[in-house]
Design a protein around this ligand. Structure first.
Ligand code: FAD
Length: 416
């Protein structure tokens, strides 16, 4: 079923009884050309582009829980391309372009809302370093602008401009950045992949690998063994655990990251604000809730919930920058497991085991990466090489020490 306005009208007349499930629930087949482990945003997007762009349709996505239950449904949905360094810069620039046409591509409304992203500066030094990054972004051909204090006041008047510790000096504004609806991204890619013949198998946990003679032959799962010519790991916060089943040790730590949402309010914050030095960022969802978060909890964990200490820190930082926040009631908080790489940048590569591929290390910025990551990983699986925009994400960088140093925007687990 292709969605259209006419369709909504027709379904409305028939009591909405004709809508189909978004994807089938097939039993896993004994073998596939490609098995993708993990039905998060990256796994589903990879399956979609494998089938759509490369015609590889004998594909299964094996998900141990349900679609949308991982980080793809737990993040704060910020989509941006404000990286300066070679490597990340080209990748996120490409991803943002894919976001712009994603609803049309998938025939599914992912509610991409380019409402802008403002990163606050509080000192001359910070203005200097953000200006440098802004120039790097401009030089690659993307839009970004530096605002002075008056410019920020006009753009986001709800901020506290004279906080004692962090008075606002200016900001970096990317008007093309914004938010999207996280569930819809997972559902849209799942539906798109399913329509092209991909089997999406939920409640199917991969428990081991069948590797003989240095070649992967398939996977062991909670629903039996499945053979595959190629196996693609794509499990975000579980990267280390799943790779360890194949005897691979990754340069990754797992940390918990929390997020918070208030009760629904009238439109109040019309952009995304990042108060980086205070470890606080915020946007307002289409339902009206203020969605905000901060830094990692600061200890390694596989729990999908965080501690009260971080909650207090985030609330304090939020109150200091947006005092009106104190009037809102917090509705919910949750956590997700982040696979933090040592340079805050991801990995999309083959492993030393023939036929076994790895995608992970997305840290706390992997939602915005989903379209570009899916298409790059699909290309790697189909052709053996990643496209240029993802060519920096090789495992070999950890051997040579040529890390993608994204100081100021990337994550640095070594400091946590
Ligand atoms: C609170 C929070 C806020 C965030 N905010 C942002 C943001 O604003 N912008 C941004 O860009 N990013 C953000 N992120 C990061 C982003 O959500 C992640 O980097 C990204 O979603 C990870 O990729 P994924 O969607 O494929 O992961 P997931 O959805 O976690 O997918 C991995 C899947 O693998 C499955 N799996 C694991 N082990 C197995 C197994 N053995 N067998 C089968 N399946 C398995 C899991 O069940 C899971 O569904 C945030 C994350 C959190 C937690």
């Amino acid at each position: 079923m292709n969605y259209s306005v006419l369709d909504i009208f027709k379904q409305g007349l028939s009591g909405n009884r004709g809508w189909q499930p978004l994807w089938r629930s097939p039993a896993p087949k004994p073998s596939y050309d490609v098995v993708i482990i993990g039905g998060g945003g990256h796994g589903l997007a990879t399956a979609y582009y494998l089938a759509k762009t490369h015609g590889v349709r004998n594909v299964a996505v094996l998900e141990k829980g349900y679609i949308g239950g991982g980080n793809v449904g737990r993040n704060t949905t910020i989509v941006r391309a404000d990286y300066g360094q070679k490597g990340n810069s080209a990748f996120y620039s490409h991803s943002l372009k894919l976001w712009q046409g994603l609803s049309q591509e998938l025939n599914f409304n992912v509610m991409f809302s380019p409402r802008g992203l403002l990163e606050l500066c509080h000192s001359d030094g910070q203005m200097e370093s953000f200006s440098r990054r802004a120039n790097m972004i401009l030089a690659r051909g993307d839009a970004v602008e530096m605002l002075d204090r008056a410019g920020v006041q006009a753009y986001a008047p709800f901020l506290n401009f004279d906080s004692e510790r962090f008075p606002i000096r200016g900001g970096l504004l990317q008007r093309t950045a914004g938010t999207a609806r996280h569930d819809a991204v997972a559902w849209g890619y799942a539906r798109g992949a399913d329509r092209l013949g991909v089997d999406i198998v939920q409640n199917c946990e991969v428990t081991g690998f069948d590797i003989t003679g240095g070649v992967v032959r398939g996977v062991e799962t909670s629903r039996g063994a499945i053979k595959a010519a190629k196996v693609a790991i794509c499990v975000a916060g579980r990267s280390s655990q799943v790779a360890a089943m194949a005897g691979i040790w990754l340069p990754i730590e797992s940390h918990v990251l929390q997020a918070f949402v208030t009760e629904g309010l009238k439109p109040f914050i019309n952009t995304v604000v990042n108060f980086g030095v205070g470890h606080f960022y915020i946007s307002q969802s289409d339902k009206g809730g203020l969605v905000f978060g901060g830094d990692l909890d600061g200890y390694n964990s596989y729990a999908q919930r965080g501690g009260l200490g971080r909650m207090e820190h985030v609330a304090e930082a939020g109150m200091s920058m947006i005092p009106a926040l104190g009037k809102a009631r917090m509705l919910r908080s949750w956590g997700g497991i982040m696979d933090m790489s040592m340079d805050g940048s991801p990995i999309i590569d083959k492993t030393h085991i023939a036929g076994l591929y790895f995608n992970g290390g997305w840290c706390y910025g992997g939602f915005k990466a989903i379209p570009a990551s899916g298409s790059a990983y699909a290309q790697l699986l189909a052709t053996g090489a990643t496209p240029d925009y993802a060519s920096a994400y090789r495992l070999s960088r950890f051997e040579t020490g040529h890390l993608i140093n994204e100081e100021g925007t990337g994550a640095r687990p070594g400091l946590h």
